[in-house]
Design a protein around this ligand. Structure first.
Ligand SMILES: N[C@@H](CCC(=O)N[C@@H](CS)C(=O)NCC(=O)O)C(=O)O
Length: 232
């Protein structure tokens, strides 16, 4: 791995799941070729390389079969190149703990689906219920952060680790969605440690390179509105 032609990423710049993989690639300084996918008109490459979910990101490593699902891709990169900025801890129990919270972030708290719901829910009561779910979820994450970071800046301790990558890809999105919804996901009062974490991590060069600006996010949300209009 390492040669630009060996690693290819199929993605959509505004997707936090794609940004997650890019964050890991930048942290590990893995050169790669990037192809932008148009989700409104999915390419043959996407449909054949991810026939189950038909979603980005998809990673291609040399002539091996494609790898789908962002968490699986990040773990694959970490297992293939553990010496370049190892993300998962080496102790099996700590690895299991990381995977537990990663699953929580993507399936239980489901930051992205929650935002998606918030975007599509027009009624105030519905929006308040979703915000309450976010508050409870971030409070649980605050406790997980305190245990995992042991007083250091990141979930991974002194160095950006697996959970920093898994959650960090949403920071840009949270700011954007927070502004639209008069909310504060990583609130300094409710979750002071996570708020500090988000502030620290946002200035990390690898994350800055991996995440798009407001304009890209705005046009992505605009596209979603065309294909999945908000509920009334
Ligand atoms: N669980 C997937 C989620 C990926 C995902 O939702 N990708 C979105 C872009 S943010 C997508 O490709 N959507 C296309 C569709 O839903 O048809 C992962 O972690 O990779």
């Amino acid at each position: 791995m390492g040669k630009e032609s060996e690693i290819k990423l199929l993605g959509t710049r505004a997707s936090p799941f794609v940004n997650r993989v890019q964050f890991a690639l930048y942290l590990k300084s893995i050169k790669h070729e990037y192809t932008e996918e148009n989700l409104a008109r999915k390419s043959e490459l996407l449909l054949t390389s991810n026939p189950v979910h038909k979603k980005v990101p998809v990673l291609f490593h040399a002539d091996k079969p494609p790898i789908c699902e962002s968490q699986i891709i990040v773990e694959y990169l970490d297992e293939t190149l553990p010496d370049l900025h190892q993300l998962l801890p080496s102790v099996p129990l700590d690895r299991a703990n990381c995977r537990f919270w990663a699953q929580f972030i993507d399936t239980k708290i489901v930051f992205f689906p929650l935002y998606e719901e918030l975007r599509r829910t027009k009624r105030k009561e519905g929006q308040d219920a979703i915000k309450q779910q976010m508050i409870e979820a971030t409070q649980l994450l605050e406790e997980a952060f305190i245990k995992s970071s042991k007083g250091k800046a990141y979930f991974g301790g002194d160095q950006v680790g697996y959970l920093d990558v898994i959650l960090g890809c949403f920071i840009r999105w949270t700011r954007y969605v927070d502004e639209l919804n008069d909310f504060n996901t990583f609130d300094e009062v409710r979750t002071p440690e996570l708020a500090k974490w988000a502030k620290n991590l946002s200035s990390h060069e690898a994350l800055k390179s991996a995440t798009p600006g407001d304009e890209t996010l705005g046009s992505f949300v605009g596209m979603l509105n065309v294909y999945k209009p908000p509920y009334q």
